[in-house]
Design a protein around this ligand. Structure first.
Ligand code: SAJ
Length: 414
């Protein structure tokens, strides 16, 4: 039977785990957030946050102040366990982009001793197909006492479901509540149980399926976006050759009722879209030519941008190159897996000229290379390279750009 107010353990207090734990706590559930990072645990227990996401600070403060959210480095007994740990890829001998589910396996092992009959385990991490079943296997190995001769499919008295996260960094709190969700159970009862919990904070519709379909659905969503961005990136390179403004082209083509081309950029960053398609490729390498090529097109784009900058810089004796933006996308401060960072780093490491980087959303804690104020870069640079479509860059007075060579990878000055 579903208890309206549950004890929930959330394994992993990052961009998904922390908002989910806090949201559940503000809905009255008793939540223990668990993370291996002791300093993050202490920060959260003091009502503060260790990551940047709009409005997350308010949510966490209110969850901690309510007494319903606590953080710890070790789990304890609960009704429900949510796994929200990373699933990166690793380089193996046979595959340089092989999914690494070791964090999921480790989190499963960590909760195993605390499991009791009737508990629910929910895997939120984006996972290669079969990971939820792997969680079930580990539990069966470590806790044979929980096996049930009555359960038809899972063979266990533990319910296990996959509920892939779908929130967009920068809009996590809103999307956590509003997005529709897919829940795939290792059996029907598991999916239904997970739905009952998510219904306590999710206003979107919740669709139930099996765990493998839910796993692939999540991977497919991000691959769909990747393939479509690759199409835009390919168009941008074609247009450059043909002397056509790609943003005008896309805007016009998108006037067709069934055409919706995405935006080109300097490449695809973040920890999801550039990673998840490889999980499908790794599972079915022969069948995934399109998904693989899209990844290759998007991964090639930073090199193409670099070559363009170098070609323009060659025209100057001592060129000053202003790199505008380092984050992986607009109006955030997240530099991880950012093509803008990779391009700037490469330019600094080459002898192409003096490089001045500007990232208005990063204020401290960054020491890899010097950051400059926007006005200073606008004054000194011969070449302005827009790498991120931050609002600050859109608002630049066009008069200040008149004498500059402009390479606008995001179309902010289209
Ligand atoms: N990008 C483009 N052109 C576009 C759109 C995006 O170049 O038209 C680039 C961005 O600049 C960025 C990268 O793609 O470098 C990814 O950004 P994003 O905003 O598309 O996505 P993420 O990585 O922030 O979040 C995605 C979302 N997935 C989808 O929209 C299908 C989010 O809903 C997922 O929850 C998230 O991945 C995740 O965690 O999997």
């Amino acid at each position: 039977m579903f208890k309206n107010k549950q004890k929930v353990v959330v394994m992993g207090l990052g961009y998904i785990g922390l908002p989910t734990a806090s949201m559940l706590a503000t809905k009255g559930h008793q939540v223990l957030g668990v993370d291996v990072n002791e300093s993050a645990v202490n920060t959260i227990n003091s009502g503060r946050i260790h990551i940047v996401e709009p409005d997350l600070d308010i949510l966490v403060r209110s969850a901690v102040n309510s007494g319903n959210l606590n953080a710890s480095v070790t789990p304890e007994e609960a009704d429900t366990f949510i796994l929200a740990v990373p699933t990166p890829f690793e380089e193996t001998e046979s595959n340089p982009k092989s999914p690494d589910i070791s964090y999921v396996e480790a989190a499963t092992r960590a909760i195993a001793p605390f499991l009791q009959v009737g508990n629910l385990i929910i895997l939120e991490s984006t996972s290669p197909v079969g990971t939820t079943e792997r969680v079930a296997e580990i539990i069966a190995e470590l806790r044979p006492d929980l096996s049930s001769p009555h359960s038809q499919t899972s063979g266990s008295c533990i319910h296990i479901a996959h509920c892939p996260e779908r929130v967009l960094p920068g809009h996590i709190i809103r999307e956590l509540v509003d997005n529709d969700r897919i829940i795939g159970g290792i059996d029907k009862a598991s999916a239904q149980k997970a739905r009952d919990l998510y219904k306590t904070f999710c206003n979107g519709s919740i669709f139930l399926t099996d765990s493998k379909t839910a796993e692939l659905a999540k991977l497919v969503e991000n691959s769909f976006r990747d393939v479509n961005i690759a199409f835009a990136n390919e168009l941008s390179m074609v247009c450059d050759r043909l002397g056509i403004n790609v943003w005008e082209l896309i805007e016009l083509a998108n006037k067709h009722p069934r055409v919706n081309i995405l935006q080109p950029g300097p490449g695809v960053g973040g920890h999801c879209i550039a990673v998840d398609p490889w999980f499908i490729v790794a599972a079915e390498p022969e069948m995934t030519r399109l998904i693989r090529i899209a990844r290759e097109v998007n991964d090639y784009k930073p090199h193409w941008v670099l070559n363009r900058v170098k070609a323009k810089a060659n025209r100057f004796k001592n060129p000053v190159i202003g790199c505008l933006g380092l984050a992986f996308k607009a109006n955030i401060d997240d530099l991880r897996e950012s093509p803008a960072m990779a391009i700037t780093r490469e330019l600094i490491g080459s002898d192409v000229g003096k490089v001045m980087a500007c990232e208005p959303n990063v204020h401290n804690g960054f020491d890899e290379f010097p950051l400059h104020e926007l006005q200073e870069v606008l004054r000194e640079a011969d070449i302005l390279l827009v790498l991120v479509d931050h609002d600050e860059f859109k608002e630049i007075d066009r008069e200040l750009l008149k004498e500059k060579v402009l390479i606008d990878t995001r179309g902010v000055w289209r």
